[in-house]
Design a protein around this ligand. Sequence first.
Ligand SMILES: [Zn+2]
Length: 159
Amino acid sequence: MQTQQAVIEWLHAVCELGHKFDFATIDQYGLLIGRSPKNEFALEDTFADPFFEEVERLVDQILGEWRTLKGGTSGFFHRVLGYACDPAPSGLRYFFTGAAWCPVCGSRAKDYDAYSPPRTELLDIPLVTHREWNNLTPQEKRSKIVQALRETGCLPEGV
Ligand SMILES: [Zn+2]
């Protein structure tokens, strides 16, 4: 598996039930961090990976006029990006929305905050892969993104 070195910052979070846990964030231009509900993470290098532009273009095309209804497309784009990535080792999808899940109960982080002083760490992080995506035809790619946009509430039914 290909990895890339990146500096992550650990934040501390609290879930709905009050469990405390750490989760990784990244603040490096061009790098996005994907997290699975099992707290696996992987990097998307948006500059090195032509895939990124391809998905962005598709999202823009598909949303067309709809995007103006709910704000910019960047939020939409982050919601569907994981649908075009191979799943994490657990088989679960990566999410690029910034969401974090409690390792104890699985509920979403309710609150999170930086450590003071900040806790950073240089790690070798796996890069996301797109094997499944790369085997799709242009039509299948479009269908997949349409489906992803529906499932994530970015596109009304019947469009
Ligand atoms: Zn919890």
